[in-house]
Design a protein around this ligand. Structure first.
Ligand code: PEP
Ligand code: MN
Length: 292
């Protein structure tokens, strides 16, 4: 392992890797994330209506997705944008799980909502804007559900792992990390996907890592390409926005795949996953060799 990284991250002892091959598998219901399966979480940015969610859920399940995403409480960039359906959205998510068997991931923005959301969600999403909300992380430490921790849009990997350590220290070591793009000087995409974050995190931490190519780009046509890149570099899965009619979406339509586009993306992933398994066989020395 790269000794500099080791020195940089080993202080986060609950989430840092202590031996080269140790990996944590986080179970979302009966779905193992961080093992040999590539787990795709997909669905609309926001839960908008029962029919929108159920249609999407069916398409996600048919295409091979395992976990349904959908925000009921939305942290929007503008106060004038749709803020989510709240509890009603959670009820639609539960109904979608009953109908399709998909597990549910949804965002929790406030420590006051942890208990309520945990009644409906199988995986609790901490969004980019909340990565350093320590009272939320501490409340999630006491929660019996695993946590999907998204990287803050201006957070370093060290800061991401610090938040993971806070969660683990507070009592919840069931954490999946998510690279969702960071702010850079580039304006052609909504964020910049830090693809190196995946092998770096997988080298220094035992936690599973997934990629969100939707928020990383903000551009629908780039999502499948970056999903394939994520598969090759060792991601344990994806978080992808899908909408039955993206042009009418109340949130993030321009980065949402249609149900057909999602199915095609899923159908095309396997050769790239085969490359990932080849990279895994070669192992983390690949990454460590790049240090000084
Ligand atoms: C989302 O997943 O819809 C979301 C708001 O993501 P992020 O927190 O990464 O912006
Ligand atoms: Mn979104």
């Amino acid at each position: 392992m790269n000794p500099r990284w080791n020195g940089q991250f080993s202080c986060f002892d609950l989430v840092a890797k202590s031996s080269a091959h140790f990996r944590t598998v986080v179970y979302v219901r009966d779905i193992p994330v961080g093992g040999d399966d590539f787990v795709v979480m997909a669905g609309p940015c926001a839960v908008e209506s029962e029919s929108q969610l159920l249609r999407t859920a069916e398409a996600v399940a048919e295409a091979g997705g395992r976990i349904l995403r959908g925000g009921a409480y939305k942290p929007r960039s503008s106060p004038y944008s749709f803020q989510g359906l709240g509890v009603e959205g959670l009820r639609f998510l539960r109904k979608a799980r009953e109908q399709t068997g998909l597990a549910i991931v949804t965002e929790v923005m406030s420590e006051d909502d942890v208990e309520l959301i945990a009644e409906y969600a199988d995986l609790m999403q901490v969004g980019t804007r909340s990565m350093e909300n320590y009272s939320l992380l501490e409340a999630l430490g006491q929660c019996s559900r695993p946590v999907l921790l998204k990287r803050g849009m201006t957070a370093t990997l060290e800061e991401l792992l610090r938040s993971a350590q806070i969660l683990a220290e507070a009592g919840n070591p069931e954490i999946i990390l998510c690279e969702r793009g960071i702010r850079t000087f580039e304006t052609a995409t909504r964020n910049t996907l830090d693809i190196a974050a995946v092998p770096v995190l997988k080298t220094v931490s035992h936690l599973p890592v997934i990629v969100d190519p939707s928020h990383a780009t903000g551009v629908r046509c780039l999502v499948p390409t970056l999903a394939r890149a994520a598969a090759v570099v060792g991601s344990d899965g994806l978080l992808v926005e899908v909408h039955p009619s993206p042009d009418e979406a109340l949130s993030d339509g321009s980065q949402s795949l249609t149900c057909d586009e999602f199915r095609r993306m899923m159908d095309d992933l396997q050769p790239y996953l085969d490359l990932q398994y080849e990279n895994r066989r070669i192992g983390p020395q690949l990454v460590a060799a790049g240090g000084d």
